[in-house]
Write a protein that binds this ligand. Structure first.
Ligand SMILES: [Fe+2]
Ligand SMILES: [Fe+2]
Length: 266
């Protein structure tokens, strides 16, 4: 994982080798988390496409392709995940399970979910362009996976922008504001889960390396890693200018609020 996302450098209690092991655990978590979000993106996009089947041929085909690519990505991330598990040898506990996370997310207003997906799409763009594309320290195969994912996600960001606009066009101003608040609620749910994930990652690190960190060292490491995940999966998407532009078109006041919220996830 690029250090910009992994943030293992500030963990003074860890030597270079332990930092690298934690970096690998975070890379595994990255594969898992993308699989997790794509589990709810796929049914959501299909549901959105279905009512259009008889109406707009071009739009329907674009959305079906979007869904097909996400199905492929789920497979791709799972394949890499299995490879990691086979090579790493120590079990890394992950948040989830994916179907329960998908149900919790999909219970929200469609506009809340579409905004979450839009944030994920722009976040993926940002990760690749800012910290992966020109990074020569990464594993080539991992980098190749992320490059191929990024190539298709660029299209998804455009399609999801249209999806947000289409759903919002059928909503009242009050409904839009409520849906943006709903999006923030989903973000808060993930934020809590990422703190749990940071603790899981530290457990896996200690089992794998045999290291035994003291209570205050653990607390610090969890706080640093939680904040790293907040930036990776929340802040880098919420603060993306294109995402904020979409929100601003829906509700300028809520866009200001989201920009404020993003600061906590820096
Ligand atoms: Fe994807
Ligand atoms: Fe996507």
């Amino acid at each position: 994982m690029p250090e910009a996302l992994a943030r293992t450098a500030p963990l003074d209690a860890l030597g270079a080798e332990a930092k690298l092991t934690l970096n690998h655990i975070r890379a595994y978590g990255y594969l898992y988390t993308f699989g997790l979000v794509e589990e709810f993106i796929l049914p959501f996009v299909l549901d959105h496409a279905r009512p259009m089947l008889a109406q707009d041929d071009v739009r329907t085909r674009a959305l079906l392709r979007f869904a097909m690519e996400e199905a492929k990505h789920i497979h791709l991330f799972r394949t890499f995940k299995r490879e990691f598990e086979a090579g790493f040898g120590t079990r890394c506990e992950m948040i989830g399970p994916a179907d329960q996370v998908a149900s919790a997310v999909l219970a929200h207003h469609p506009l809340s979910v579409a905004l979450l997906i839009l944030q994920v799409e722009w976040m993926t763009q940002r990760h690749y362009l800012e910290s992966i594309r020109d990074n020569n320290g990464l594993d080539e195969q991992f980098k190749s996976l992320l490059r191929h994912h990024w190539m298709e996600e660029a299209q998804h960001a455009q399609l999801d922008t249209l999806m947000v606009e289409t759903i919002a066009a059928g909503c009242s101003v009050a409904e839009i504001d409520k849906a943006i608040d709903g999006y923030l609620e989903i973000g808060a749910m993930f934020d809590g889960a990422f703190r749990q994930q940071a603790a899981f990652d530290l457990d896996a690190l200690q089992i794998k390396t045999g290291l035994q960190l003291g209570a205050s060292q653990c607390e610090k490491a969890i706080a640093v890693q939680h904040q790293a995940m907040r930036w990776t999966y929340l802040g880098s998407g919420i603060s993306h200018p294109n995402f904020l532009r979409s929100v601003e078109a829906l509700s300028p006041a809520r866009a200001v609020r989201l920009a404020e919220v993003a600061k906590a996830f820096n």
